[in-house]
Design a protein around this ligand. Structure first.
Ligand code: CP
Length: 302
């Protein structure tokens, strides 16, 4: 009953096990429909979510189980001042596993220390989002493969938890990683340190054009206006990190464009109709990947 807190705990072997199982599930989802009929998954979302919450819900239901949802912070006793530690201790008594999203970095690790059921980090502030990483890796493996992979990761690299998780996991497949962002939004020191420790180079660019022709995958993230002290500073940089179909004329024909979503305006809609666009398929991959993870976590051999 291991908790899933960070991409850092996933070895190449762990990743391949989950992705292989997800591929088996995607090929024949009906075969897994009665797998966990008595299982209840506790959903604790202290921050908004569409994809993570709905795909975990879908995954649990497609495995034959069900969810128990705290609902919004506003409608729960968190509103009355109940602590995260007390909340998870209560809800673990109702459920077989917990999924937690919370605005505070480190919250999932802290919460996991109070419970015996497996807890999955569904995003802790600017920290980690390991299940997003698994579906990202599934999408990368399907489209570009892991051999000789060159990937560009662009946007808000400082606060983006999907980036922090993915960058670490990509060191396990020896990907060549390029980080494209304004100087003010470069990778935080802690992630940089972890990448160096893992033997990965941190190649940074402020201009996508410099590296675009070499990329097999371009992973775009949202530049978050709310992070800038001054709106004019935001407007100045944001436009440089938006792509449209014209931008991609300089890319390889088989470049895969990904985005964890939600997007705002960093990928123009004219990219959606190109063969590069994989971000909606990426979001759909969340279901088989989370089914695989839940099945393995909850005892897939039962
Ligand atoms: N990618 C992702 O985590 O989306 P949600 O915030 O909608 O869950």
């Amino acid at each position: 009953h291991d908790h899933i807190i960070s991409a850092k705990q996933l070895s190449r072997g762990d990743i391949e096990t989950v992705l292989d199982h997800a591929a088996d599930i995607a090929a024949d989802p009906g075969a897994f429909a009665d797998r966990h009929t008595d299982t209840l998954l506790g959903m604790l979302f202290f921050e908004p979510s569409t994809r993570t919450k709905m795909s975990f819900t879908t995954a649990m239901k497609r495995l034959g189980g069900d969810i128990v949802d705290m609902g919004s912070v506003e409608s729960s006793s968190v509103k009355k001042g109940e602590s995260l530690a007390d909340t998870v201790r209560v809800v673990e008594g109702y459920t077989d596993a917990l999924v937690l999203r919370h605005p505070m970095e480190g919250s999932a690790k802290m919460a996991s220390e109070f419970v015996d059921v497996p807890l999955v980090n569904a995003g802790d502030g600017a920290g980690q989002h390991p299940t997003q990483t698994l579906l990202d890796l599934y999408t990368i493996r399907e489209n570009a493969g892991f051999d000789d992979l060159t990937i560009g990761i662009m946007g808000d690299l400082k606060y983006g938890r999907t980036v922090h998780s993915l960058a670490h996991a990509l060191t396990t497949v020896d990907a060549s990683q390029h980080f494209i962002s304004p100087e003010s939004l470069q990778l935080p020191r802690s992630v940089r340190y972890d990448l160096h420790e893992a033997g990965a180079g941190v190649r940074e660019h402020t201009d996508l054009g410099e590296i675009l022709p070499e990329l097999d995958v371009l992973y775009v993230t949202r530049i978050q206006a709310e992070r800038f002290p001054d709106e004019s500073e935001y407007r100045e940089v944001a436009g440089q990190y938006q792509i449209d179909a014209d931008t991609l004329a300089a890319a390889k024909d088989d470049l895969t464009v990904m985005h964890p979503l939600p997007r705002v305006d960093e990928i123009a809609h004219d990219v959606d109709e190109t063969t590069h666009a994989q971000y909606f398929q990426q979001a759909h991959n969340g279901v088989p990947v989370r089914m695989a993870l839940l099945d393995l976590m909850l005892g897939g051999d039962q």
